[in-house]
Write a protein that binds this ligand. Structure first.
Ligand code: F6P
Length: 332
């Protein structure tokens, strides 16, 4: 028979913050940190407004009850900021001073790629152990198959595109849909497969306009009346608007552009994002209890994996090239 036991807490408290672009599921991760900590007798302190609040000492107590009813909400109840202070020694010293002054024994940082770089720099100087939890709609974090928020953003974009299809087929038109993703095409590629796009333009597989025009001409020749192209915002300066007008200049075809924009960042997280956030938030606290410091808690092939922050921040996550081929093969 397995013995049930509660681990002896080596920590009396942890702090948690969210940083960078908010993503659906950040609240679920905060809740997981607070409640997994509470299950082990650890108190949680929230830091408001990301690294800005860390430098300025904006702390707030978080209780297990107090994080009730946030699991299903998008955004982040702790608020966030795009703060550059972790790039400077002075900024990092301010952050460390806040942690020391308040007797913080462990810090969980929830955010995406930029946040991770800040956390890796802070962890090099900081005596307080740090764990990161990956959360961004961009999915561009090394050390985890999926980031918290990605699945929700994909589903939001796909349901918007399903609606666009109705009008695109009724009043037949070529559509260009721009999705977020900063310099990466993870979101665009996933969305393109899920909505059956005729083509997808992503920074990782840059293609010139002539190739796109040929794909579209072939689509029309095969009888398609309303081809749809998904464009990653980071693919080209000017994005989908610019690409669409270049296509019109060559093919003379009428078109419409829809930039999905910030709609992709909001809304209730999907069940998948809630579960991922719950697992990774709890894993980060348990790792701190076990004495780990300076790691990203990710999920790879269904298993929790801890990657050193320097490695996670310095390596680029590869795009799955088989998905690029799949998108193209199924677009005939
Ligand atoms: O990193 C998440 C993200 O939504 C990117 O996809 C996008 O390029 C960027 O944030 C937008 O940043 P901001 O919210 O600062 O305008």
């Amino acid at each position: 028979m397995q013995t049930q036991y509660m681990r002896t807490p080596v920590l009396s408290n942890v702090a948690v913050l969210t940083s960078g672009g908010d993503a659906p599921g950040m609240n679920a991760a905060i809740r997981a940190v607070v409640r997994s900590g509470a299950a082990h007798g650890i108190e949680t302190i929230g830091i408001r407004r990301g690294y800005a609040g860390l430098c300025q000492g904006e702390l707030t107590a978080l209780s297990a009850r107090g994080v009730g009813n946030i699991l299903q909400r998008g955004g982040t109840c702790l608020e966030t900021s795009r703060h550059q202070d972790m790039k400077t020694p002075e900024g990092r010293q301010k952050a460390i001073a806040t942690l020391k002054r308040n007797g913080i024994e462990g810090l969980v940082i929830i955010g995406g790629d930029g946040t991770l770089h800040g956390a890796a720099a802070l962890a090099r100087d900081c005596p307080v152990p740090i764990m990161c939890v990956p959360s961004t709609i961009d999915n561009d974090v090394y050390g985890t198959d999926y980031t918290i928020g990605f699945d929700t953003a994909v589903n939001t974009a796909v349901s918007a595109i399903d609606r666009i299809r109705d009008t695109a087929e009724s009043l037949p038109r070529l559509f260009f849909i721009e999705v977020m993703g900063r310099e990466h095409g993870f979101l665009a590629l996933e969305v393109a497969i899920a909505c059956g796009a005729d083509d997808v333009l992503i920074p990782e597989v840059h293609r010139n306009i002539d190739v796109l025009c040929k794909t579209l001409t072939d689509s029309f020749r095969r009888g398609k009346i309303s081809p749809l192209v998904v464009v990653a915002e980071g693919e080209a300066p000017g994005g989908a608007v610019e690409i669409a007008s270049e296509v019109k200049a060559r093919l003379g075809i009428d078109y419409r552009v829809c930039v999905l924009g910030f709609i992709q960042r909001g809304g209730p997280p999907t069940a998948r994002d809630r579960v991922l956030a719950s697992k990774l938030g709890a894993a980060a606290v348990e790792a701190l209890m076990e004495g780990r410091a300076g790691y990203l808690a990710g999920e790879v092939k269904g298993e929790i994996v801890f990657t050193p922050l320097d490695e996670a921040a310095s390596k680029n996550k590869p795009l799955d090239s088989s998905k690029v081929q799949l998108a193209s093969m199924l677009a005939i």
